[in-house]
Design a protein around this ligand. Structure first.
Ligand SMILES: NC(=O)c1ccc[n+]([C@@H]2O[C@H](COP(=O)([O-])OP(=O)(O)OC[C@H]3O[C@@H](n4cnc5c(N)ncnc54)[C@H](OP(=O)(O)O)[C@@H]3O)[C@@H](O)[C@H]2O)c1
Length: 257
């Protein structure tokens, strides 16, 4: 298992994973970032040498963990000139391991939402989806990923892309939906936090059972009169009316109403 690594990036994922890996005893030789502020500060926190110069990333590390934006991961992977016998890893849900041209390549995709300023309470709840170019690297990456969480899943690139889409529906669209609900309320001078008990109970039901059987509301009841009246009320907000229609149609079709 790689104990000496170098990290590329100082954004949301790098901030959390670099600190967790350091806390687990991994030595971070070097932290590369184009961002002098977040890069230097994260490097200090994890006792790594900081550089914003690709050519200064040391060749002595056993693995190189890329946590740049997807575009930068691919373009910097093509530019680096580091030894072939090390392990090259990225954390993206939507890039293949083949962005690296070296022989030992891997993906370690943490299926969680990371924001720098939001603490991760429990790393051991985070599923880590891994894949590698060969059996030896797979074994190394499995042990390495277990430093972050015991929930390891072996997923191919195709499966990882499917998981990513599922996450966009289940988390990103859900978050946007809550935002739209909060905006409708605040635009109408009603406190947005009136939604909170409803959100808590809705989550509790999903987590206790499943989303299909937890669905309530006019669409699952097939109440087209209420749906039409809501769409009329939203007429001045074209985007909201469109989202409302698409979501209602999806629920009507799902429950064959
Ligand atoms: N955030 C999540 O919830 C999450 C979850 C799982 C996986 N991932 C994956 O993890 C990776 C990192 O995501 P993130 O959310 O940490 O991204 P992020 O917060 O946007 O950070 C991206 C990092 O890449 C750097 N960067 C961007 N463009 C660059 C360029 N052209 N050249 C050099 N550096 C560049 C940024 O530097 P600056 O600070 O200067 O912009 C920053 O250090 C991505 O592959 C993402 O798909 C993210």
């Amino acid at each position: 298992m790689p104990f000496h690594i170098s990290i590329l990036g100082s954004g949301n994922v790098a901030y959390h994973l670099a600190r967790k890996l350091r806390a687990e005893g991994i030595v971070i030789d070097c932290l590369f970032s184009r961002n002098l502020i977040t890069g230097q500060s994260l490097a200090n926190e994890v006792s790594a040498v900081f550089t914003d110069d690709l050519s200064q990333i040391p060749s002595k590390s056993e693995a190189y963990l890329f946590m740049l934006s997807d575009e930068a991961n691919a373009s910097i992977a093509a530019q680096i000139n580091l030894p072939d016998d090390k392990i090259y890893i990225h954390t993206s849900g939507s890039l293949p391991k083949e962005i690296f041209k070296q022989k030992n390549t891997a993906v370690m995709y943490p299926f969680q939402t990371f924001s720098r300023d939001v603490k991760i309470d429990n790393f051991s709840d985070i599923p880590i989806c891994i894949e590698a170019s060969n059996a030896d690297t797979f074994h190394e990456i499995r042990c390495f990923a277990e430093k972050i969480s015991p929930l390891i899943y072996e997923l191919s690139f195709e499966q990882r892309k499917v998981l990513h889409i599922a996450g966009v529906f289940a988390a990103n669209f859900m978050n946007h939906s809550v935002y739209l609900g909060q905006k409708i309320l605040s635009d109408n001078n009603i406190p947005a936090n009136i939604l909170n008990p409803l959100l808590k109970q809705s989550f509790a039901k999903i987590l206790a059972g499943d989303a299909y059987s937890s669905q309530t509301g006019p669409a699952v009841r097939g109440d087209r009169k209420v749906i039409e009246s809501h769409i009329d009320m939203l007429a001045s907000e074209e985007n909201l009316a469109e989202v409302y229609k698409v979501m209602s149609e999806s629920i009507l079709k799902t429950y064959k109403k």
